[in-house]
Every structure is written in structure tokens, then in C-alpha cells.
Design a protein around this ligand. Structure first.
Ligand SMILES: N[C@@H](CCC(=O)N[C@@H](CS)C(=O)NCC(=O)O)C(=O)O
Length: 218
């Protein structure tokens, strides 16, 4: 059975790897599962065929035979449960790694998304100038706490896990803001994640989609 995921036909991030198919590609690469990608236009995202796979009209989705999933947390968890490499075998360590996945998605990502929304989608709104310092402070609160917990460790809880995959993916969204620079251990943590061969393959694959969509240079 071939695994098929969906990704943007034209990613607004221009191949920076911030669209969420990258984290699913990364997980697939970590566990050594081949996959195919179906590219979806913004219009097709909201059409019935895609809405049948993803009720919110987003990417990525995941299909494997008669199973179809959406939500990157669910997809990465599904892969991590079924294949070695992303979750420890020992029950308590496994539960802690899963906790970090949830922490990345539920506790760290929301203020980062709020910052992205304010900076990009609402940059022309009259309230944004006033709101930005408050939103940045919320991001800093989370980064300070995460930095304190990570300390000098390579990964959040022992060996690299799906928790780290998700946390690094979430933190990568901060790169252009420069906010990570104040936390050298977090910047190094993100760099360790990016240096993993599986991440490199995932990044290259999503970049290839963007590159192929560009008109040839004269
Ligand atoms: N919580 C979802 C978020 C999915 C999401 O926001 N996908 C974005 C791309 S990274 C998307 O499809 N945006 C287009 C839209 O919402 O119309 C997940 O983790 O899968």
C-alpha cells in the first residue's frame, strides 16, 4: 500500500519548509516509509474532494489504503506508533515523548502562530503595532521555559523522539523573527533537528516542489 500525503501546489513560504507537510515528510523519512505527494491548489483545498479528507480544507492529509488522517499531530503519532524510530519502547519514556508532542502543538505552537498572524496576515491592521510586544512576550515566556527545561541536553527527554520532531518543527517557524537568537540552547536544538538526514531529505523534497513550480530563468 502506498502512503500518500497532500501538500501545497504553491507553498506561500516559497520552499522554506514551514508548511506542515514538512513535519509529516520528516516523520516518514525518520521511520523509512516511502510516500507519494499529491499537490493541492488553494482552490481545491476547499472543494468537496479534499474536504472529504480534511474537514477544515487544509494540508497535510495522509492516506494509506482505506485509512485517511488529517492533523499533523495525529499523523506523526500514527507513524510513530507503527514504526520504530520515533517513540521509545519503554512505557513511561514513551508517554513522556508523547507529552512533548502535545506540548509542542498545544502549548508552544499557539503563541508562535499568533505572532505569525500578527506579523504577516494582520500587519496592516491598526491594532497590530500595539499588540505585537504583548504577543512577543508570550512567545518569550514559552521559549524561556522550554530553554530552562532543555538545558544542555541534546533532546527533550533522552533520545530523539516524535516530541523533538514536533518541537523543532514548531520552533522553526520562529526563524525569521530572530526571537530564537536569545536562546542559544534552543537555536542549537533546532539546528540539531535540521541536521538530521531525515529532515534534510524532507526539506529537499518540499523545496523541489517549489523549485519545479518556478518559471525557468532566461
Ligand atoms: N492543526 C493543523 C493545521 C494545518 C494547517 O494549518 N495547514 C495549513 C498549511 S501549514 C493550511 O492548509 N492552510 C490553508 C488553509 O487553512 O486554508 C495540523 O497540524 O495539521
Amino acid at each position: 500500500m502506498t502512503i500518500t500525503i497532500t501538500a501545497f501546489e504553491h507553498s506561500p513560504d516559497r520552499g522554506q519548509g514551514l508548511a506542515r507537510d514538512t513535519r509529516v515528510r520528516w516523520a516518514l523519512e525518520e521511520v523509512g516509509q516511502p510516500y507519494e505527494v499529491r499537490l493541492v491548489s488553494f482552490r481545491a483545498l476547499k472543494e468537496p474532494a479534499h474536504l472529504a479528507l480534511h474537514p477544515f480544507g487544509q494540508i497535510p492529509t495522509y492516506e494509506d489504503g482505506d485509512l485517511s488522517l488529517f492533523e499533523t499531530g495525529a499523523i506523526v503519532f500514527h507513524l510513530a506508533e507503527r514504526h520504530a524510530g520515533l517513540l521509545p519502547d519503554e512505557a513511561k519514556a514513551r508517554a513522556r515523548a508523547i507529552t512533548w508532542m502535545f506540548a509542542a502543538l498545544n502549548t508552544v505552537e499557539p503563541p508562535i502562530l499568533e505572532l505569525t498572524t500578527a506579523r504577516i496576515l494582520e500587519s496592516d491592521k491598526p491594532w497590530t503595532r500595539e499588540r505585537l510586544p504583548m504577543i512577543e512576550e508570550r512567545v518569550h515566556d514559552r521559549l524561556k521555559q522550554l530553554s530552562a527545561r532543555l538545558g544542555g541536553a541534546d533532546w527533550l527527554d533522552g533520545a530523539f523522539s516524535a516530541g523533538d520532531l514536533m518541537m523543532v518543527s514548531v520552533l522553526l517557524r520562529l526563524r525569521s523573527s530572530g526571537l530564537l537568537d536569545a536562546y542559544p540552547n534552543l537555536a542549537a536544538y533546532v539546528a540539531r533537528g535540521e541536521a538530521r538526514p531525515a529532515y534534510q531529505r524532507a526539506f529537499a523534497a518540499q523545496l523541489a516542489v517549489y523549485t519545479a513550480s518556478q518559471p525557468p530563468a532566461d
